[in-house]
Design a protein around this ligand. Structure first.
Ligand code: CAP
Ligand code: MG
Length: 455
């Protein structure tokens, strides 16, 4: 047992972590005026039981020390920053309470003067910590079953412009993309229940057209309906309405709504049998700066634990949003990996791209059978770029094209057809320029946006 007095006492480099320890990997930028050991110890102290002063009598109580964290490994990362690993006894936490867990590990520590920068890169969860969370209800296989589609990427499109259209205009876009060959219509992250396109009217009108499109095409069609709401109670009402009207999905803005909202929605949706689509708007505020904040890799893991079935993870550097190839493939691995031996074989088929070595200081994770999350590639994509994304991320993904469909000179229907044909060409191993010879819509799309060949 460690004798805790000051920050330095939270650094125990001879400590061997136990299977009952939750491990966090941090990058710490140490201020010039501070000792490394004190900066490291401060992160463990303030994220577990300690504070800035000595003389806290209760800090010496055995039962308090039992739930204290320890820095057990440090490694230089650059001139003034270090990778450290901290072990937290799982008894420190309330099982299954993500906001509490993050209030410890990812709480005040980001605002302390005693570090110049702090990046929480990854957490390794113990077996009981994983088991205390619901995980995805559907996962990749369950979602593919909804569409009875085993192989190709699932295709969705966000109605654009993002907000402002009336329900009639919005639903017409839905009709065009469904009949044009896409699987899913999607609400944009900032569309909820505004006066110009009220929630219930939108759901009712669009799902009626969805039913017609299914009859016409013979294919399963669905709609990612944004149930993000001011309160969890209202979010529940919206999810219930979706289920009552025959929808299969509830979409939520996980970062602006918070982890309690996502966990609550997971419970609500297991009763309603709805799959959960997770949009990550706002994530960039804390994931973008590699020297500070929390990684998207960890965000992906938390979303998986809390039960998101689908999550936007980026486009491996191809589209309009930040997130390079290495990072996005790493996120993809963390949200989709399951029982390694099966996965490795499956991955060879669906992920031809050789995986780069795991990013430094991410921690392997056993998921104890928890279902994988379906990765969503979205943001600045168009039919001429589909090949590059699939080559990098594989085909076990969902592809979202908003502007890349609705900006098509022939409108949303033409854009949807072009996207469908680009994806089918990739699956059939046909060069997209070749496929464009027999598809007017694809030809027009490639003429407008070009054909980006994978490098
Ligand atoms: C894409 C999108 C998505 C982003 C989110 C948008 O539209 O609807 O919200 O992809 O980013 O509003 O920008 P386009 P990420 O297809 O027209 O670009 O997927 O990285 O979370
Ligand atoms: Mg959007």
């Amino acid at each position: 047992m460690i004798k805790i007095a000051g920050y330095d006492d939270f650094v125990k480099l001879n400590y061997k972590p136990k299977p009952t320890d939750i491990i966090a990997s941090f990058k710490v930028k140490v201020p010039k005026w501070q000792k490394n050991k004190t900066a490291f110890g401060a992160v463990a102290s303030e994220s577990s039981v300690g504070t800035w002063t000595t003389g806290l009598k209760a800090l010496h109580y055995k039962h308090v020390q039992k739930v204290a964290a320890k820095v057990y490994e440090t490694k230089k990362a650059s001139k003034d920053s270090y990778w450290i690993k901290i072990a937290y006894p799982e008894k420190h936490f309330e099982p299954g309470n993500m906001p509490q867990i993050l209030a410890s590990i990812a709480g005040n520590v980001f605002g302390m003067k005693t570090v110049d920068g702090l990046r929480l890169q990854d957490i390794k969860w113990t077996k009981s910590a994983v088991k205390a969370f619901p995980g995805p209800q559907f996962g990749i296989k369950g979602v593919r079953k909804i569409f009875n589609e085993k192989k190709r990427p699932l295709m969705l499109s966000v109605a654009k412009p993002k907000v402002g259209m009336t329900t009639a205009e919005h639903s017409k876009v839905g009709w065009q993309i469904w009949t044009g060959g896409l699987d899913l219509l999607k609400d944009d992250e900032n569309l909820s229940n505004q006066w110009f396109n009220p929630f219930q009217r939108r759901v009712t009108t669009c799902l009626k057209l969805r039913d017609k499109a299914e009859k016409l095409t013979g294919d399963k069609k669905s709609y990612l309906i944004n149930v993000t709401a001011p309160t969890v109670k209202e979010m529940e009402n919206r999810a219930k309405f979706v289920a009552k009207m025959g929808g299969e999905y509830a979409m939520i803005d996980i970062c602006t709504s918070g982890w309690t909202a996502l966990h609550s929605l997971r419970e609500i949706c297991s009763d309603l049998g709805l799959a959960i689509h997770c949009h990550r708007a706002f994530h960039g505020a804390f994931t973008r700066n590699p020297q500070h904040g929390m990684s998207m890799i960890l965000m992906g893991e938390i979303t998986r634990l809390l039960g998101g079935d689908q999550l936007h993870i980026g486009t491996a550097g191809v589209g309009k949003m930040v997130g390079g190839k290495k990072e996005v493939l790493e996120i993809e691995d963390h949200v989709t990996e399951s029982d390694h031996h099966i996965d490795a074989m499956h991955r060879k088929i669906t992920h031809p791209e050789v995986r780069p070595n795991p990013k430094e200081n991410t921690l392997g994770q056993d998921w104890y059978g928890m279902r994988p999350v379906f990765p969503v590639a979205s943001g600045g994509l168009h039919p001429g770029i589909v090949e590059d994304v699939c080559k990098k991320m594989g085909t076990d993904i969902m592809l979202q094209l908003g502007g890349g469909v609705h900006g098509h000179p022939d409108g949303s229907y033409g854009g949807a057809k072009a996207m469908r044909e680009a994806v089918e060409a990739y699956i059939d191993g046909v060069d997209v320029d070749e496929a464009a010879k027999t598809s007017k819509e694809l030809k027009i799309a490639l003429k407008k946006w070009g054909h980006i060949r994978p490098k």
